[in-house]
Design a protein around this ligand. Sequence first.
Ligand code: SF4
Length: 204
Amino acid sequence: MSNSPPLDVRFECQQSGHCCCDPQIIVTTTFLDIFQIFSQLDGDFEYLLKKLTFYRVETDLNLELRKRLVLTPVQTSDGKIIPGLMKINGLNCVFYSKPNCSIYNSRPRACRNYPIAFLGAEAEAPFIWAKDSKETCPGIGKGIPLSFPSVIQQGKITLEEINTHNDLVHELNIEASKGKPLSAREVVWMFIVYAEKYSSENNS
Ligand code: SF4
């Protein structure tokens, strides 16, 4: 059975919390996601670090999760990592406060898009339902139909953000290959500095 949404795509969040508490879902974060959360936390860098986790690609992620990664791993002094949101006991997202997200307005792009996953303009279907979401997300099929152009626009923004993130990581990885790689902490700081510059250039 195809995983592509029909043309009549309906989704309205029912605040079930399933996606925020599903052990099979990890939320990886782009440089812009991290910057937005940093701003939401009033610029408290130490507090931000307590909410993040650094998935070591080779040891922390199973093959299934590795195949679904869209962010390029960063070479750090502690190996290749992907930053993401911490989960409590491997279940609830650290920002989940039943029945809501405590950083709703600053939640990562992946959370904003769920249960839709974008595959890129070249793909046969530019977007699909995220893996297993049709079985677990009670919001699918609810509400008024989503506007097709706005979903496509959302996909474009997402892909641009991912590409910009991966370009930045590529630069960091080139620098890491020349000398001493940054620590994960330093990488997060670099993301924030870059995102601040990127945001001011793109909002002006
Ligand atoms: S950031 Fe918010 S929306 Fe995203 S998984 Fe965590 S609690 Fe859910």
